[in-house]
Design a binder for this molecule. Structure first.
Ligand SMILES: CC(C)(COP(=O)(O)OP(=O)(O)OC[C@H]1O[C@@H](n2cnc3c(N)ncnc32)[C@H](O)[C@@H]1OP(=O)(O)O)[C@@H](O)C(=O)NCCC(=O)NCCS
Length: 184
């Protein structure tokens, strides 16, 4: 049946934690997604693979992402896709939907921290116009790795919104997706 994206619901917390454990195994303490659901600053979305089972439609969560909205800034805290579903355009789908949601909520800027060695994530963020703003030395305690701070300074400007629309059109054509439910 294909993929489905929607805003996080409370019952999603368990599967999100499962995906997080695989994607961010060294996170200490692990994020509590039940608490995140109740956090008024937090905005999470989830993507499901859907199929028809013997007893009707079956949904399997394959990725999720979220940001905290503070002082006009959307701070992307997580984007993760299950290993077996990577490189199928789903990380990009999540990022597009998060940026659309951030714009809809009147964010002025998008920001995030990423491990300096995380080449796949950095390439994804650069594709969407994130630029290096700074570096937190030895930010990750498990291996003393630096965090890169990457931002899109003006996500609400027409110039950026046009770029986002172009990238989305290309993404949809490439992967045959028609699911940008949180669009402006
Ligand atoms: C980062 C992550 C979310 C990407 O998800 P994905 O579904 O595999 O990515 P997509 O298929 O949508 O790829 C989108 C873009 O990301 C980049 N990218 C993704 N995987 C890549 C890889 N292995 N190498 C280089 N670039 C990669 C590319 O720019 C790609 O665009 P392209 O297809 O035009 O080259 C995924 O690798 C993941 O879950 N990683 C573990 C969690 C994590 O590190 N999250 C980021 C924390 S800041």
């Amino acid at each position: 049946m294909g993929y489905k994206v929607r805003i996080m619901q409370q019952e999603d917390a368990l599967q999100m934690a499962e995906i997080a454990m695989d994607a961010f195994p060294t996170a200490q303490p692990p994020t509590n997604y039940q608490r995140e659901f109740r956090n008024p600053l937090a905005h999470y979305i989830v993507v499901f693979d859907t199929a028809v089972g013997d007893d009707g439609p079956v949904q399997y969560m394959v990725g999720y992402g979220g940001f905290w909205l503070m002082a006009g800034e959307a701070h992307i805290v997580d984007i993760a896709v299950r290993q077996t579903y990577r490189r199928r355009g789903l990380g990009e789908l999540l990022l597009v939907c998060l940026l659309d949601l951030a714009v809809a909520l009147n964010s002025l800027k998008a920001t995030l921290e990423v491990r300096a060695s995380n080449a796949p994530a950095i390439a994804l963020y650069e594709k969407y116009g994130f630029v290096l703003e700074g570096r937190r030395r030895r930010y990750y305690l498990d291996n003393n790795e630096d965090a890169l701070i990457m931002t899109v300074p003006d996500i609400c400007l027409d110039e950026y919104l046009r770029r986002l629309d172009e990238l989305k059109t290309r993404h949809a054509a490439r992967w045959g997706f028609k699911l940008y439910p949180l669009a402006r």
